[in-house]
Design a binder for this molecule. Structure first.
Ligand SMILES: *Cc1c(COP(=O)(O)O)cnc(C)c1O
Length: 430
């Protein structure tokens, strides 16, 4: 495959962008090699600057659930842009978007729009602290909640990918209030809560983890956390930046039938525009400024282009609920196909999967938390990644990321992916 233009652009990029990129995982640093520079995308396919085509399993890390350049969204943005790209003043579209979201997801009385998942999680944590008057919170090893200081402790995604133990610039004072427990370990959480009686403001979790590969909550885990939060007056925050509008219309809350007190959104909610949101029960949300004193603001929050993109995509998802059933079938089909060819290869592997989130860990034991994800053969994953890329399949460039399926993927695309995996593992040609 000729990638000479990408190579050229990467050299040039490094002269003016740190590491040649605007977000670390894009750099391919952990899988080796240099990043591919993209030109355009349509449906399930990406096209790079050298004219190569790839089947996309990143989908902008989740937002492009209907595939790229989804026409209703593109047209809506174009039309809206003619009326100005930003006001910094209220618009009816913001109400319509909030009403639409409330009609789709459980347990949201009020919602505040922001511009990224990071902002959503950062603000939800501040709100939980302001509401409870407590400082500490619990997060899980390998979960990623954006790059705000408090969350960069045992974080997943790029932090795990680059094996960064402590992030320079995050003060010890801030990190001291971040308590961590292994994912799926309810007893560890109970112990932390007992040791920090009446000091825990919130427990924040990815209800289905996607930032250490895809990891599912075990039976009773989230239910146990819910009970514990009720008992101890702790705010239970679902970080649904990945799972929101992806696992179901109502996200993980609906799919797993568990209520959160606060929920954060990002990715799908903005259809590829910079959008995040946090929302929840009136009782808690009423503390956000200007209703309350927990301050949170944004010049571009509720931006009209961002809102129309999200509104258009979410209304499409709402009025076509079969999309979720079809995504489920695509995920199942891919899982079964990969399972078959990987079994034949003799290489130990684990496939974790829910709906349109899926990941392959080259491990001989179940992958249920960060430790088991980290003990998989990730050197092998890196070779697999490059073998797939050479065959036109664009996977996330790290074993610590979930793959995201789009509705645009056809059976042929899935078959090509399974076939490429087969060639990849049987040729030994990594
Ligand atoms: C991507 C992600 C974030 C951060 O969102 P950004 O828009 O990248 O700031 C937060 N939480 C989870 C679960 C995510 O996957």
């Amino acid at each position: 495959m000729n990638i000479s233009k990408s190579e050229e652009l990467f050299s040039r990029a490094q002269q003016s962008l740190p590491g040649g990129v605007n977000s670390p995982v894009r750099a391919f640093k952990s899988v080796g090699g240099n990043p591919i520079f993209l030109q355009k995308a349509k449906g399930a396919y990406l096209y790079d600057v050298d004219g190569n085509q790839y089947i996309d399993y990143i989908n902008s890390w989740g937002p492009m659930i209907m595939g790229h350049a989804f026409e209703p969204v593109v047209e809506a943005i174009q039309k809206k842009a003619m009326d100005s790209t930003s006001f910094g003043a209220p618009t009816e579209l913001e109400i319509e978007t909030a009403e639409l979201i409330k009609s789709m997801v459980p347990n949201v009385d009020l919602i505040r729009m922001v511009s990224s998942g990071t902002e959503a999680c950062m603000s939800a944590l501040r709100l939980a602290r302001g509401y409870t008057g407590r400082n500490k919170f619990i997060k899980f090893e390998g979960c990623y909640h954006g790059h705000a200081d408090s969350f960069l402790v045992k974080a997943g995604s790029g932090v795990a990918t680059f094996n960064i133990q402590t992030v320079p610039g995050v003060t010890a004072g801030v990190s001291a209030d971040t308590l961590t427990a292994p994912y799926n370990d309810l007893e560890a959480v109970k112990k932390l809560v007992a040791e920090n009686k009446d000091e825990i403001a919130a427990i924040i979790i990815e209800p289905v983890a996607g930032n250490m590969g895809c990891i599912l909550p075990q039976e009773g885990f989230l239910e146990g956390l819910r009970k514990l939060c009720d008992l101890e007056g702790i705010v239970f925050i679902f970080d649904e930046v990945m799972t929101g509008f992806r696992l179901a219309q109502g996200g993980a809350q609906e799919r797993l039938k568990i209520d959160a007190d606060l929920v954060t959104y990002g990715k799908v909610i903005g259809a590829g525009m910079p959008v995040g949101a946090f929302g929840g029960k009136f009782e808690i949300m009423k503390h956000i400024a200007p209703l309350g004193n927990v301050y949170q603001a944004g010049t571009l929050s509720g931006n009209p282009l961002a809102m129309i993109a999200g509104y258009t995509l979410l209304s499409h998802l709402k009025s076509n609920p079969f999309i979720y059933a079809e995504l489920e079938q695509k995920g199942e089909y891919l899982k079964n196909g990969l399972q078959k060819v990987l079994e034949e290869s003799g290489q130990p592997f684990v496939i974790n999967h829910m709906g349109s989130m899926i990941s392959v860990h080259f491990s001989d034991k179940p992958v249920v938390d960060f430790a088991t994800a980290a003990s998989a053969n990730n050197t092998f994953f890196n070779k697999y990644f490059h073998g797939m890329l050479d065959r036109g399949i664009y996977l996330p460039p790290s074993a610590y990321e979930s793959w995201f399926l789009s509705h645009a993927l056809s059976k042929e695309d899935l078959d090509r992916t399974i076939e490429a995996t087969k060639k990849n593992v049987t040729s030994g040609q990594f």
